[in-house]
Structures are given as structure tokens and as C-alpha cells.
Design a binder for this molecule. Structure first.
Ligand code: ZN
Length: 258
């Protein structure tokens, strides 16, 4: 016999700035589905439904009670019997849709709000499409005209900072050393980001540097790339190993030819 839950979303214990009855049907359905998971009530007790940028379908912030937007939750076991610990928004999406397809990761397509776990704001995307979208929307040249070059937190040097995401949405930031000028840091960024994200990820011009600086960047990459490739999480970031292996081959070849 099939038991149909007599619950309605309106009866759920959830903190909401918007009356639950006023939420769109898809959001109320998602709340109900979540509440039926063994860990659902625990998750629901931690979220706050707020009027977000997509006001007809508010964001569910899970960064309010948890200490960070990328809070994790334990949700049962995987096929090998190991307890699964996933990001809260992954748990919420999977409750509604089943497992995230292999090789894809969830993108906050509707709200661009990493603290949001409203499954209706999420869509599975390839890492490249996801990173590219985020990159296009947030990366702007700095005041010197270079993308990806940032002041080193200590001192006056510049560094290239590149953020990548693995298949479960965990962000990893590569901070690539202190450089004397933003143009050199910009070139390091341009080379590494292009290798990881793919050729078409953006159309910013290659920063111009002197031949000496160019040689220094190549020597640095030949030393540094193997250590990035040997990181335990390198294989979890789609495109990272193949892209950086190719870049390493390219810079090594130029070095030999020079
Ligand atoms: Zn949202």
C-alpha cells in the first residue's frame, strides 16, 4: 500500500521571512520532499528562507545557522558503505533529483548565491561551463588592466589567484607566488586559467611582459606545475590535470627551443 504523506509544506518547522503558503508550488514541493529524508528535518531546522534576488522564489540560506555557506551534512552511506558528507545544497538538490550526474557539478544558476540551498535555484553543469559563467560575471581587469592579478596579502608583490571547483562544489584556490608587477601576475593567471578553463573561457588579451619576465614565468611554471598536479584533489577538478599537463609540455618545449 502506498502511503501518501498528509503533510503540507505549511506545517513544516522552517524559518521563513515569506509565508510558506505564499511560496511557489515548486518550492513548497521541494520543502516537502526534503522533510521526508531521514536528515531532512535537521537540514530544515538550519535554513532560513529569505527574500533574495529571485524574489518570486526566495533563496534558502543555509549559512545562517551553519558557519559558512558551504556547510556540509552527513546523508547516509555511499555504495561502499562509507558515510557521505556533502555540501548542504548538494544534499537538498539530490533529495529532489537523485544523484548529481558524474562529471557535473551544481551551479547556483538562478541566484549566484553560494549559501543558497533551494534546489530550484540549482542546475548541474560541467565544471568548465560553471566556472566560465562565474568567471565572466565576476572577473574584471583591475585598475592596471589585468585580470586575475591581486595584491599579495603581505607586502607589495602581486600574485595570480585562480579558483577552481571540484565535482562536489568544493572551491580550491591556487595562489601563484609574489610577482613584482601586475602584468607578470596577469600573465601567470592568463596561462594557468586558460589551461584549466579551456581556450574559449574569456577573450582578455595576453598580458605583455619583457622577454626576461617571460623566461622567468616559464621557469616558474616548470617548477610549480608538477606540485599542483600532485595535489590529492587534482583529479577531482575536471580539466585540471589535462590542461596543466598540456601547459607544462608547452612551456617546457619553449624552454628547450629557446
Ligand atoms: Zn537561491
Amino acid at each position: 500500500m502506498i502511503t501518501i504523506p498528509s503533510l503540507t509544506a505549511e506545517g513544516l518547522a522552517v524559518d521563513s521571512e515569506v509565508p510558506v503558503a505564499a511560496l511557489p508550488a515548486a518550492d513548497r514541493f521541494a520543502l516537502l520532499m526534503l522533510s521526508t529524508m531521514p536528515w531532512g528535518p535537521r537540514l530544515l531546522s538550519k535554513i532560513k528562507i529569505t527574500e533574495g534576488p529571485a524574489s518570486d522564489s526566495p533563496c534558502w540560506l543555509c549559512g545562517v545557522a551553519y558557519d559558512a555557506g558551504r556547510a556540509k551534512i552527513r546523508i547516509g552511506r555511499d555504495q561502499a558503505g562509507v558515510r557521505r558528507r556533502v555540501t548542504v545544497y548538494v544534499a537538498a538538490w539530490e533529495a529532489l533529483n537523485g544523484p548529481v550526474p558524474a562529471g557535473l557539478m551544481l551551479d547556483h544558476e538562478v541566484c549566484s548565491n553560494p549559501s543558497c540551498c533551494n534546489p530550484n535555484h540549482l542546475a548541474p553543469k560541467s565544471n568548465r561551463a560553471n566556472t566560465r559563467r562565474r568567471h565572466m560575471s565576476t572577473k574584471r581587469p583591475n585598475q592596471y588592466g589585468f585580470v586575475g592579478a591581486a595584491r599579495h596579502p603581505r607586502g607589495k608583490a602581486w600574485q595570480a589567484r585562480i579558483t577552481v571547483s571540484d565535482t562536489v562544489g568544493k572551491a580550491r584556490t591556487l595562489s601563484l607566488r609574489g610577482w613584482p608587477t601586475p602584468s607578470v601576475a596577469g600573465l601567470v593567471y592568463w596561462l594557468v586559467a586558460k589551461a584549466v578553463y579551456g581556450d574559449d573561457f574569456y577573450d582578455h588579451p595576453r598580458p605583455e611582459v619583457t622577454p626576461d619576465e617571460e623566461a622567468e614565468v616559464r621557469a616558474y611554471l616548470i617548477k610549480r606545475l608538477p606540485s599542483i598536479l600532485s595535489k590529492p584533489w587534482a583529479d577531482d577538478v575536471p580539466g585540471l590535470v589535462s590542461g596543466l599537463t598540456q601547459l607544462l609540455a608547452d612551456v617546457t618545449e619553449v624552454e628547450l627551443a629557446a
